[in-house]
Design a protein around this ligand. Sequence first.
Ligand code: NAD
Length: 409
Amino acid sequence: MTRPTIAFEQRYDLHIGGERTGPSGGDYSPTYDPASGEPFAEVAVGTDDDVDRAVAAARAAFESWRDTDPGERGRLVHRVGELVAERAAELAAIESKDQGKPLSQARSDVDGARRYFEYFAGAADKLEGRSVPIGPQQVDFTVREPYGVSAQITPWNFPGNLFARGVAPALVAGNAVVVKPAPQTSLTTLRLAELCSEAGLPDGVVNVVTGPGDPTGEALVSHPGVDTITFTGSVPTGRRIMKRAAETVTPVTLELGGKNPALVFPDADLDTAADAIAAGIFTNAGQVCSAVDRLLVHEAVHDELVDRVVGIAEGYEIGPGWDDPDLGPLASREHRDRVLEYVADGQAEGATLHTGGSALDRPGYFVEPTVFTGVQNDMRIAREEIFGPVLSVIAFGDEAEAPTRPIMG
Ligand code: NAD
């Protein structure tokens, strides 16, 4: 893949009521290139007032959007999908630069975003209610209605793809949205909001307020004008949002973290298993909620399988996302440090570092693909989501010894 040549703006504003608008507090914060550690643009820090404006814009737009013919809502959302396909190279380049992932992985995420718009577009005129049989001479039926203003909070690992996953269904059902992306990776979201406008979605139906979890995210999830909250992110933040939402009795949809095991028994095809496990833990540098970050393997094939996975990991080309390597950097300095802390913990608790474990001696937030063996179920690296390129291998001799239940932090 050739290196992209897109130009970034110096400053990115909020997207409210179909327009770019500066933050009321006048503050911007840098967004960093994870491959170099250098800031390359500034992003608006949304205030309570900005959240208020965005919710008001969404509320105003909702009044007519809810009454728009469902077929027309579907057509417009489908058009967003077409624009995503047309601009796939640009969107992937933005996401790869801002988030760090290899370009071809970003392309695949953008393709997934297109599919969300297309898939949900088709549902717009099929959101049927039910006819309830309650006896003769009576008619009882249910009708599906939009909530109103949907607040959408997204994480930094798949910003574009998760925008599409949350926004597309909300729109086709007749809701207006206010999206708050993660501050580390806001640029794909802002570009997608522009494509929503370009597709013909009425002003105010899609709004984006950038900024950190606190105060911007807090202001959004506790805003009385928000009718439903969709959140994807960590378990602690999900818990906090649920508590907040309880105060205003606002329904929430949460997609949280994971600690997913791969289970390998002696009759497995070890080459296929090794490929799947390496892809499962090292794609997007392990920053995937469904990453395979525990490998539970029968002791009869433990050494053979570990050798294969380690061989794949040690053969990886590591570099900036725009060069489309096998493995890119982690998304932020803080996150790199957190992953390295887990590695240190694993060693301190007695696990064997089979390969990797260090930051690369170069600018940017690179961590080597890492494999721990000799991991015990009570170790932190076996229990908590690391969200990095770190595989914890746990050997078992009997199926009953291999606990597969995810353990949430
Ligand atoms: P995070 O919880 O720190 O942040 C997610 C989002 O919430 C960000 O936009 C952040 O700014 C915002 N936020 C933080 N505090 C907030 C608050 N008090 N009020 C409102 N918003 C707040 O998570 P992260 O570190 O960005 O993402 C990684 C996590 O997301 C991992 O645990 C991963 O497993 C999970 N994830 C889950 C899925 C899924 O589909 N289940 C997909 C991707 C990521």
